[in-house]
Design a protein around this ligand. Sequence first.
Ligand code: PGA
Length: 250
Amino acid sequence: MKKYYMAGNWKMHKTVSESVAMAEELKKVLAACPEKLLVAPAFTSLQAVATVLKGSNILLGAQNMGPEETGAHTGEVSVLMLKDLGVKAVILGHSERRHSYFENDELVNKKLLLALKHGLEPILCIGETLLERDSGKLEEVISRQLKDGLKNVKKPDLKQVTIAYEPVWAIGTGKTATPMDADAVHLYIRKLLAEMYSPEHSKAMCIQYGGSVKPENTRELMSMPNIDGALIGGASLNADSFVSIAMFRS
Ligand code: PGA
């Protein structure tokens, strides 16, 4: 049976105590959830949430990381520091990092290779803006972000990587890509992965959809053949809605 990968990105929300309360609730309610689960709190809450989630079926993720292991990089957080806290996965190339903080594909790729080197599972976010979609550049953008993001990733390491397709126009806007539209892009990503690696690697790849995923649209999105999970922002901030999404099969 297919196991979906449901990841909550808490973005710049929740104090330490709020994060702990949420993690405690999720740990209790989702103990029997059959899916792969992850929450990515703010850096400041990672340690406290790690303590709560220890031994549970919910993995701990970070929302970003610095491109170097150590050194004079004011304001950055190193992969070594994340690992030390028990972080297992890291979201990279999120559109908010790309568009508000000008992270380019080269930087995202550098971080991704560093995460893999240290055994963290990267979630590589890719997606087009509305302008790019409307001007016929969807495939060009997806292809560039995927190929440049995965540059120098070798076949054996690919299984550690998750791709999150997040159309920028659907993030936090309440606009979801239709399940058919999302699946068409997921299929295109699989086609590219088959060319870059092999059909087997492409088939085995986990491709999440992200962008206004909520309890009401999860089942339909997950029923599409090429959608393997979700990266959830707004709806992951509330325990009830994240639980409904994670338990969509029940
Ligand atoms: P959203 O965010 O679910 O609030 O649209 C998704 C994301 O940014 O990962």
